[in-house]
Design a protein around this ligand. Sequence first.
Ligand code: SF4
Ligand code: FES
Length: 177
Amino acid sequence: MTQHHEPAGEDLLRGKIYTGDGVSVSYDAPRCTHVANCVRGLPAVFRPKERPWIQLDNEPSAERVAEIVRTCPTGALHYALHGGPPEAPAVPTTLTPVMDGPLTLRGDLVIQTPEGEVREVRAALCRCGASNNKPFCDGTHARIGWKSDQPGGQAAADQRGDGHREEGQQADRAEQP
Ligand code: SF4
Ligand code: FES
């Protein structure tokens, strides 16, 4: 394990990057489990039926965009406020098993992946063993009907929404943060 510093906002950007006035947002599609917190929180900006599906010009407040991105439980979405502070990791770190779904984490995370060490502040890790993007959950648990047989945590339905499967498709269910 190497010594590390707090990640800068840009360090967390992964996948496709969308740039607006005062804020950039990145979307790492394989890590999206389509729970649609983003779509519920800012429907003018996160528009899965349209291209581009993230339309930052529709929200004047960069802070508001950042606030909604932080509700993404999987870390598929990240933001960098231009000249602003990076997302602060949750303290203490929390681990929440989602019933019939992944293990979600929030905190100052260092995750070992096949591509190397990844700094994170939010992540959903596969518990079913069937993800094609391990160690991250990619939503396969819902498609195969995996059961955790574990009470508590967040309801399975929250992770199983008929949400957007890809950009441009509908996202109409949401996980409660
Ligand atoms: S995991 Fe949910 S909140 Fe995050 S990008 Fe996908 S639909 Fe949006
Ligand atoms: S828990 Fe989601 S793919 Fe395994």
